[in-house]
Design a protein around this ligand. Structure first.
Ligand code: TXA
Ligand code: MG
Length: 331
């Protein structure tokens, strides 16, 4: 970035539509809330604007971005929708399901946003994000609004801490209701594969389509950054599925029953005291941020059941716990 750092203005969502739209059409990168997490948004048809996303995020440029649309007609300009994807769109859009589809050859989405692939990730978000897309009449490319390798932001304050000196505007919609990213579902020849677990579960997709859902990356093609081991990483080490808290650790708790020696934790946050997985998902990043901010060198994490939304939560936790490749370029 050149010049002296500017600081982002934070505007409540109710008053942000006009300025957000103006900035996006001018090629700026801004942060906007979606129902899942905050997104770092740019006009998906403008390659330079998309490049500024990677610049702000320090994201390796081989990572493709999601194109956010406001309606089915815009989705069809970007991708080829077959009957399976129409069924999924009718059931889950607007909402936290991203479909990876065959790209429309006339798609207006810049190839920097699709990483040159012949598939494209499309989703229709809830709320102000969708209103902004409708207002500008163009898809928005928006990865999660955190620097690459950092924790995902679910509040305007978290975006500001991570990216506030790199973007002109943060649209503040309050804490995001879902709290984990959208489910990424590949739809190919009627076959369904979850590339990244998220807010919509395999069971819900199977119920809506009557088709069995595979999970994990297929043999070839792109590796989603959500699958890079270093993607979700607090500074503290993470110990998962702990039965006993070690001296000096912070504790990320779940449910009504505490791990042994929980009273020695330097700080404790409970994802959900009642063991509610949706509540736990919504709290996940905020609690990790808070425990990381205590400066504890290790965060002990109580077991979270690997069912339903718990699969996405455990996926994020194990990435946060994975060995780090190296540190971020500028700390
Ligand atoms: O909830 C969300 O999905 C948030 C909000 C802002 O919409 N966005 C988000 O974007 O999480 P991002 O860029 O952090 O994650 C998008 C994921 C990446 O793992 C990327 O590799 C994958 O989608 N992806 C994008 N295009 C793809 C494609 N053509 N094939 C396979 N994976 C793709
Ligand atoms: Mg992300």
């Amino acid at each position: 970035m050149s010049g002296s750092p500017q600081l982002a203005r934070i505007i409540p969502a109710e008053r942000a539509l006009e300025e957000a739209s103006r900035l996006l059409l001018a090629g700026s990168v801004i942060a906007i809330p979606t129902e899942t997490v905050y997104g770092l948004a740019a006009d998906a048809t403008n390659g330079q604007a998309v490049a500024r996303i990677f610049e702000a995020k320090r994201r390796p440029s081989f990572n493709p971005l999601i194109a956010h649309v406001c309606d089915l007609a815009m989705a069809e300009r970007i991708a080829r929708l077959d009957s399976m994807s129409r069924t999924l769109a009718a059931q889950f859009w607007p909402g936290p399901l991203t479909l990876v589809l065959e790209a429309n050859p006339h798609s207006p989405v810049h190839e920097l946003a699709t990483a040159g692939l012949d598939t494209v990730a499309v989703r229709m978000p809830v709320g102000i994000a969708r209103q902004i897309v409708a207002r500008i009449g163009r898809p928005i490319a928006a990865p999660s609004a955190n620097r690459s390798g950092r924790l995902t932001a679910t509040t305007a304050a978290a975006v500001e801490a991570d990216l506030g000196d790199r973007i002109p505007l943060i649209v503040d919609g309050g804490p995001t209701p879902v709290g984990v990213e959208s489910t990424i579902l590949s739809v190919q020849n009627g076959q369904l594969r979850i590339l990244r677990p998220g807010a919509v579960t395999a069971e819900e997709i199977e119920a809506a389509t009557g088709v069995a859902v595979a999970a994990g990356p297929s043999g070839s093609g792109v590796i989603a950054p959500g699958m890079l081991t270093s993607h979700y990483a607090p500074s503290a080490r993470m110990r998962l599925n702990v039965r006993t808290v070690e001296p000096g650790e912070a504790l990320l708790a779940f449910g009504p029953h505490r791990a042994e020696a929980a009273d020695r934790a330097v700080a404790t946050r409970n994802l959900s005291a009642t063991g509610n997985l949706a509540e736990a998902a919504a709290n996940l990043y905020a609690h990790l941020h808070a425990l990381d901010a205590t400066g504890a060198t290790s965060i002990a994490v109580e077991p979270v059941p690997a069912t339903g939304l718990g699969i996405a939560i455990n996926d994020r936790l194990s990435r946060a716990a994975a060995p780090r490749d190296n540190d971020e370029p500028d700390g």
